[in-house]
Design a protein around this ligand. Structure first.
Ligand code: NAI
Ligand code: BGC
Length: 286
């Protein structure tokens, strides 16, 4: 009689705990929205750690090429793939291209995201749907493609202890409500529960699913929040660590979550926020 794990094509339950850190050598990654800000830094950090990387972009191919050039200088094999993450056909084509070029996929970072801000009473259905299409459906589509590839291939022990790793780019606004940004905060709250539910479902396949929740990171998405002295000073009132985050802060966290150093971490959100979620108003009050 076959054991449960054999019948279901699952890893042997007594596969040992991860012995050593092999970083990301030989692994293949896809990062969405990788021609700007956090996505760019994550792609380069993964490449520095030894992964081959697919740089996804939707507009500005010339910038994607520049990022690809930087990543390949780390010794990585790099491809670029144009895809609007809100479109199922384009996401599927991006994964197919990556598998064709690299042979497989081990790490997926659904990072692409937008803000379409406005007072709630004036928020149109178009503002809601467009944002949800990119921020939430886009991550769902990438996670589903990733899980199907990871499940089919399983664990390759000399590559990683896990059959695959997904790192969803969330935000501190998965727990901090944000007036004027209701669609955005709702999408990030959705990512939190989507990530945990997928993690629970696929853990027996040794697939790890986690999220990073950045605080305020210096990128184009929040240019207004840091580009003048007044804005920066106001922002620092929300950051106990008293500096803005840099995209590289997120890149390092992504490498850790992708590596076997974090084997046994799944269904978790890692807050990389200089303490923004620590109720900074209580530094002096309360
Ligand atoms: P960014 O504006 O620099 O980058 C966003 C990227 O997403 C760009 O490459 C853009 O082209 C891409 N993108 C937009 N729509 C797309 C689509 N339909 N298909 C494919 N790509 C698309 O902003 P940033 O800051 O780098 O944002 C990256 C992620 O980090 C987003 O999910 C954002 O919500 C999240 N985040 C950012 C924080 C920050 O303070 N910068 C804080 C917390 C979360
Ligand atoms: C937003 C940024 C904001 C940060 C901290 C992110 O999710 O995209 O605009 O600066 O959260 O509030």
């Amino acid at each position: 009689m076959k054991a449960f794990y054999e019948e279901n094509n699952l890893p042997h339950p007594h596969l040992p705990a991860c012995p050593v850190n092999r970083q990301l050598k030989g692994q293949k990654a896809i990062v969405t929205g990788a021609n700007s800000g956090i996505g760019e830094a994550v792609a380069i950090a993964l490449a520095k750690a030894g992964a081959d990387v697919c740089i996804n972009y939707v507009t500005r191919p010339e910038v994607a090429d520049e990022v690809a050039q930087k990543a390949s200088e780390c010794g990585a094999k790099v491809i670029t793939a144009q895809a609007d993450v809100s479109r199922e056909d384009e996401v599927k084509a991006m994964f197919e291209k990556t598998v064709k070029e690299f042979g497989t996929v081990d790490i997926v970072v659904p990072n692409a995201g937008v803000q379409i801000d406005g007072p709630f009473s004036e928020m149109t259905v178009e503002m809601w749907d467009k944002l949800m299409g990119i921020n939430l459906r886009g991550q769902f589509l990438c996670c589903r493609e990733a899980v199907n590839i990871f499940k089919k291939r399983g664990v390759v022990p000399n590559v990683s202890c896990a059959a695959g790793k997904i790192i969803c780019m969330s935000s501190v606004h998965d727990v901090i409500p944000w007036a004027g940004h209701v669609n955005y905060a709702s999408s990030k709250g959705g990512i939190s529960m989507m990530m945990k539910s997928i993690a629970q479902e696929v853990a027996p396949h040794r697939i790890r699913v986690n999220a990073i929740a950045p605080g305020a990171i210096r990128t184009p998405i929040n240019h207004e929040a840091w580009s003048t002295r007044e804005a920066y000073d106001a922002l620092m009132k929300l950051v106990p660590y008293k500096r803005i985050g840099e995209p590289e802060d997120i890149g390092r966290a992504a490498v850790w979550l992708a590596s076997d150093d974090s084997d046994y971490v799944t269904g978790t959100t890692l807050y990389v926020d200089g303490g923004m979620t620590l109720y900074p108003g209580f530094e002096t009050g309360g």
